[in-house]
Ligand binder design. Structure first.
Ligand code: MG
Ligand code: MG
Length: 263
């Protein structure tokens, strides 16, 4: 079992740069995501933008994954394939992006509503993003991994939503997936201690209905068993003293979406 790679301050700055490129890539996706666009167009845009900025798409060829983005529609939870699917009003689209820049990884996911979505889906998106914020808030020295999972699970289940257990967050650094695992469920005060130098991806995957998921024959796509929608938000975070150091950001995405709303 590999051990946790604790990062130096310099390494954390490199992961911050990678995570910022991920965040800016998301903003490019946010600019064009709309009814009539195919998910493959989003993938191409992201790949070009990452390479133009000196990065390498981290998911492309990762364990054989064939695309630069994971794009998961509606009842798909994560790891969906970009395709010729044309987005339509009411679609819920989770976009997960990773890059390698200067040998370090960054990883972040965001879920988009295409036009107007139904009320349950709106609530699901809001609550999942709140779950991420609540989990991230626990990424401080002295807390434990279980404190993050507890915060996410408690908030999701309070709203009657299902927490995906089969997939978890992870350490990030010179590999996309490092120790420790960061589950979206858990007991307060349980699990390994969070210490300075730890960089983790916190990524709640929350289902509108039951928690259960199924794994597709394509080897990648994960969807809900009850066919109800699922949302996914993710940040790369350095464990901090007193407060978390969030290395990725939704600032650029939020700005783009706000400008689109005003037009
Ligand atoms: Mg991710
Ligand atoms: Mg991740």
């Amino acid at each position: 079992m590999p051990k946790i790679n604790y990062k130096s301050v310099e390494e954390i700055e490199l992961i911050r740069e990678s995570s910022l490129l991920v965040s800016k890539t998301h903003a490019e996706v946010a600019k064009i995501i709309a009814p009539g666009v195919t998910t493959m167009e989003l993938n191409k845009l992201a790949e070009t933008f990452i390479r133009d900025n000196g990065g390498v798409p981290a998911f492309l060829n990762y364990n054989g994954f064939p695309y630069s983005l994971c794009i998961s529609l509606n009842d798909q939870v994560v790891h969906g394939f970009p395709s010729k699917h044309v987005l339509v009003e009411g679609d819920l689209v989770s976009v997960d992006c990773g890059v390698i820049l200067n040998k370090y990884f960054g990883d972040s996911a965001f879920t988009y509503a295409i036009g107007e979505v139904d009320e349950t889906t709106k609530t699901l998106m809001r609550v999942t993003r709140e779950c991420l914020d609540l989990g991230v808030a626990k990424a401080v020295v002295g807390m434990r991994i279980g404190d993050i999972g507890y915060a996410v699970q408690e908030h999701a289940e309070k709203h009657g939503f299902g927490v995906v257990k089969e997939l978890v967050g992870h350490g990030v650094g010179i590999r996309l997936h490092e120790k420790p695992e960061v589950p979206n469920y858990g007991k307060r005060g349980s699990g390994i201690k969070l210490e300075e130098g730890m960089v983790i991806a916190i990524e709640p995957m929350i289902n509108a209905g039951r928690a259960g998921v199924k794994f597709w024959d394509d080897g990648w796509t994960v969807s809900t068993v009850d066919k109800k929608p699922s949302a996914h938000y993710e940040h790369t975070v350095a464990v901090g003293k007193g407060k978390p150091d969030i290395l990725s950001t939704f600032e650029y995405i939020d700005k783009v979406l706000e400008e689109k709303n005003n037009n």
